[in-house]
Design a protein around this ligand. Structure first.
Ligand code: NAD
Length: 279
């Protein structure tokens, strides 16, 4: 069994991006990522802090908007509109989830697709679907990098994705299809989940259930990617995969923490650099 080291791979990607940013600066191109947080959910605050730190590391600017919990939808839409029109802002990110009185879909659609570095706007999702250029959702894009940089062959392989959410499962399936895998998407209504998973050469778990995927779901020698992030009853971090149970049956596997997790921010930074290059 070989561990896929997301920490190392994400660091390599950030170092490559740092060089690209330095080159862009020499040619007079730069820009900032605008990060908007509504309310002060502690988990969101950590994500926002890490995103700003990553911007600093690769050498792009960041501006943050820390808005109170009772900010209205109209106020938020106004801020997005202003940022859409600011040339120095190359990317706009609204940290999700937003408070319940704000319509998340409306917010995502208000962000200019050219600045939608999260890759959530329907225009970018549509571009991925028909094979055009656009921003790709960061977590699934990170999984592709993990596989490629670990020399996992994707073309022609059977890939099973467990989960069909808009930010992970669906774009993940589309990306694996783009890489010429034969893709099966499983979800909460899937019958014979174990049998289907057991036929996967590459199994990607984005199911949101702590340690649900054990060795009964895994084919001998499969590559297993664990997108899940949870804290168990002992406050220990774990994924959707029961790592200890499956590790002796796989050829390669991502750990939690240190697998998919660190890739999300690296790919966000990648999208920001692309946004500067696209201008
Ligand atoms: P979600 O809850 O939106 O989606 C879960 C999906 O799993 C759904 O499509 C559902 O149909 C499917 N599902 C639920 N129960 C199932 C079952 N018993 N059998 C088969 N399918 C089932 O979650 P999400 O936002 O896609 O996130 C998935 C996991 O990835 C979560 O653990 C989340 O914390 C994690 N996540 C990690 C990162 C990262 O940066 N590593 C980013 C986003 C999400």
């Amino acid at each position: 069994m070989e561990l896929i080291d997301g920490k190392l791979i994400s660091q390599t990607i950030k170092d490559e991006l740092k060089e690209r940013v330095a080159e862009l600066k020499k040619r007079g191109h730069s820009g900032s990522l605008a990060v908007i947080q509504v309310g002060n959910d502690p988990a969101s605050s950590i994500y926002v802090k890490n995103k700003k730190k990553a911007c600093e590391y690769i050498g792009i600017g960041s501006v943050s908007y820390e808005l109170s919990e009772n900010t209205s939808e109209a106020e938020l839409l106004n801020i997005i509109d202003e940022l859409n029109n600011k040339p120095e802002v190359i990317g706009i990110l609204v940290q999700l989830p937003v408070p319940k009185h704000i319509n998340e879909d409306k917010i995502i659609r208000a962000i200019s697709p050219a600045k939608d570095v999260d890759g959530f706007h329907v225009e970018n999702v549509g571009a991925l679907c028909v094979g055009e250029r656009g921003f790709v959702s960061c977590t699934p894009a990170g999984v592709i990098q993990l596989l490629k940089r670990s020399n996992v062959e994707i073309a022609g392989k059977h890939c099973v994705v467990i989960g069909r959410s808009n930010i992970v499962g669906k774009p993940m399936a589309l990306l694996m299809l783009r890489e010429n895998a034969t893709v099966t998407v499983c979800h909460s209504k899937t019958q014979n989940l174990k049998e289907i998973c057991k036929s996967a050469d590459i199994l990607i778990a984005a199911v949101g259930k702590p340690r649900m995927i054990n060795s009964e779901y895994v084919k001998e020698g499969a590559v297993v990617i664990d997108v899940g992030i949870h804290r168990d009853e002992n406050n220990k971090m774990c994924g959707d995969v029961d790592f200890d149970d499956v590790k002796d049956h796989v050829s390669k596997i991502t750990p939690v923490p240190g697998g998919v997790g660190p890739m999300t921010i690296a790919m966000l930074m990648n999208n920001c650099v692309e946004a500067i290059e696209n201008r």
